[in-house]
Design a protein around this ligand. Sequence first.
Ligand code: SF4
Length: 297
Amino acid sequence: MRQHKLALCKDHYLEWIPEQTARFIKKYEMFTPEEKILVAVSGGKDSLALWDILTRLGYQADGLYLGLGIDGGINYSHESQRLTEKFAYENNLKLHVLDIEKEYGQSIPVLSEISHRGHGRPCAVCGLAKRHEMNRIARELGYDVLATGHNLDDEAAVLFGNTLRWSAEHILRQGPVLPGADGLARKVKPLCRFYEREMTAYSILRGIEYIYEECPFAEGSQSIFYKEALNQLETARPGAKLIYYLGFLEARKSGNLFVEKNERHAQLHPCPKCGQPTSAPELCSFCRMIEKAVSEV
Ligand code: SF4
């Protein structure tokens, strides 16, 4: 792990990941050991790894699988459900399964066809349905919190997209914890500081069988494009993604994002030497630099 300047053997890596997850859960006050967690599982590596980690840490974590009815020539939904059920069975875990088509009469691709008259990919409809159903089920079944397997690559890509559009509303809503409110379950992302490749390594080393194929509708999506751009940055500057995301969390915590700092201008005064505005108590930085240079000649 170049970004941490750390290399671990298999045994220590499999201890390190849950230890770090426990640290993030505590740091961001996601949930307590007494609370009941519903983990949204898709059959992919991140959500199954999250369920595995929370179980290893001793949390009461049940799973929720949403059947989207996506085939795409690879039986995507069928295969991801099979792997999720297999994981639950082998680990003796409780899994809730909800099939969107059985519940609402149409699969996600068909619902999308109907609402968008066949234009575009079904991701908007899919995201809406997932958010709605996860929230509904978490609340109806009395869970304290809904956990998703978003990793650092996912979060950095979303932040990157929102930053390109300067979408303040979306940027301010992003974070490891979305507090619960009237009618809304608390949502948490315990893996948000792990790189995607770290979760892949964890899943492989733990022997978790997950669906390797991406959803067929993911191909060519904006989020994949942003992930590739950030990967190039990461290759040149190891740790860039983590610094980007953690810098955002710090700025958000300090409450300074999108707040005009007019007070700063009020604190400026003219430099006694050049007259330009400065916040330094005496000479401005430029004059101090010149003074120092002159004194050292
Ligand atoms: Fe849904 Fe697939 Fe789009 Fe993801 S890529 S939002 S699973 S349709």
